[in-house]
Design a protein around this ligand. Structure first.
Ligand code: ZN
Length: 166
């Protein structure tokens, strides 16, 4: 198990040092800014939708290694997917990082693929916001919402599911 953890750490570190799709996307037709006041993470997510599909996606911003790695891996995961698939992936990812006890085997969900490396995040409630910031921002972008999103607002409106669960 600790080997697995080391591997996860390595993947996260790699993505935080060399984030993929870290650029502006001039041809983006959706974008949103996200901010996580707890950690100071900022992310701008750019999406180019072609019909219902994510033709291209990129991000800019500055944040801790968890938020950067999460954004990097998110862009890799959602490219080519439909809105509905992105939505489903967001739900799975959120379940993973908030660590619902009966969802411990989420890491085995093939849909998540490499995103399973964030399973350890659920043990650190503060980090959950870091990992989910890019996803909330992506969601806001796809909903055509140009107003900056705050993880504070979206997390607290859904009850105690996030920070205080553990
Ligand atoms: Zn952070």
């Amino acid at each position: 198990m600790s080997d697995l953890r080391d591997l996860y750490q390595e993947v996260i570190l790699d993505h935080s040092k060399r984030p993929r799709n870290f650029r502006e996307l001039p041809e983006a037709n959706y974008r949103a800014d996200g901010y996580n006041p707890l950690c100071g993470d900022r992310a701008t997510v750019f999406v180019r939708l072609d019909g219902d599909r994510v033709a291209d996606v990129a991000f800019k911003g500055s944040g801790c290694s968890i938020s950067t790695a999460s954004a990097s891996m998110m862009t890799e995961s959602v490219k080519g997917k439909s809105r509905e698939e992105v939505e489903r992936l967001f739900t799975r990812f959120h379940e993973l990082v908030t660590g619902s006890p009966d969802k411990k085997d989420q890491a085995a969900v093939p849909e998540l693929g490499k995103l399973a490396v964030f399973s350890g995040v659920c043990e650190f409630p503060v980090r959950v916001k870091c990992a989910s910031l890019p996803w909330h921002t992506l969601k806001a972008a796809l909903e055509g919402d140009a107003v900056p999103v705050s993880t504070e607002l979206s997390e607290s409106s859904s009850g105690d599911g996030g920070g205080k669960a553990r």
